[in-house]
Ligand binder design. Sequence first.
Ligand code: CA
Length: 424
Amino acid sequence: MTPKSLIARLALLAGLFPLHAAADPSFDACLVGLRDQAQGRGVGTETFDLHTHGLEPDLAVVGFLDYQPEFRTPIWDYLAGAVDEERVADGKGLLREWAPTLQAIEAQFGVDPATVVAVWGVESNFGHNFGKRPLVTSLATLSCFGRRQDFFRGEFFTALKILEEGHVDAARLAGSWAGAFGHTQFMPSTFTRVAVDFDGDGRRDLIGSIPDALASTANFLAKAGWNPDQVWGYEVAIPDGLDAALIGRRNKRPVSEWAALGVTRLDGSPLGDNAAPAGLLLPAGDPGPAFLVLRNFDALHSYNASESYALAIAHLSDRLRGAGNFVTPWPTDDPPLSRAERRELQTLLAGRGYRIGEIDGIIGSATREAVLDVQQRYGFEADGRAGAKLLEQLRHDAIPSAPSPDTASPDTTSPATAPATASP
Ligand code: CA
């Protein structure tokens, strides 16, 4: 676009949207450029105008793009947050409620009900947490600012195309800062690739239709190589002195070789399919729980490129099938808190005057700030982590610590939460 036509278009915009005068002119100019590309990207100009009229950028999402978590979450805390007794109970209830749908999904895609429901639980807490940021706003902003604009432009136009085709209600198209949406948090491009209409109404509605969302997840895993005849893996015991070079999810060798090396299942059952390629995963190093992971673990990993994430889905699916917690303890003397304990911690902190927002059992930024403050007052290591030791201290220490008046705003969702399938 020549500068002259840009100026003409900006003048046109100013005339069209007089109330928009305070908006970021560079965003408006960017939108004008995107509008020019719309038809070439398969999106009608009317659709573009309808959904971008008066749009203001949400610059917070650009910050999340470069966000480096101040505190690294230990895997035992991550798993305690993703897989807890309440989530297992909720998931078991939903397995019963949606049994006929889940059976039909398994018949078509070959992915079992517990695995599908486990993804649902970790991705959106079974539809209770879709993310609240309007998708078109986030994706338009990321198309115009920050790193990876090309990637997000693709997602932006795809989101508009999803709206144009009427798959989801525009007013409900909200999600994570990066643009993942619906019950199982698909990016728009993932939607295009694998979303299916399973309830037969002609729309692929991952927000309004649980059957569509769950079947789309099963389709994702099937396309990622899910093998209905195999498990994801299982917890194992490893012999002393096992060569550390053998460790790693990608370092696959047949199960029979692991057996020959002295790896055994902790529940005493045989390792199983001897020819299946498996990797040895030690998420917290040695000592700590160890797992043999098969190809299905890689399919879970492709949903969201994180071994902790894949292990959370895998573990929740086992819990939904009736299994217990891992046998081997995590290598920490300060165990993670359950959801009920996290609520108790938040209540105790609120009782000491900390502003932590809703008592929801989710450790967000404000709870973490309060934790840091009390850690410093008690002489704990100030790492922002809320474990059993700190809860015990708060339960029994009657000294109310008045926080500084500027301690934290109410909790916000941690931007560290990885967007599902966001990686291009
Ligand atoms: Ca549908």
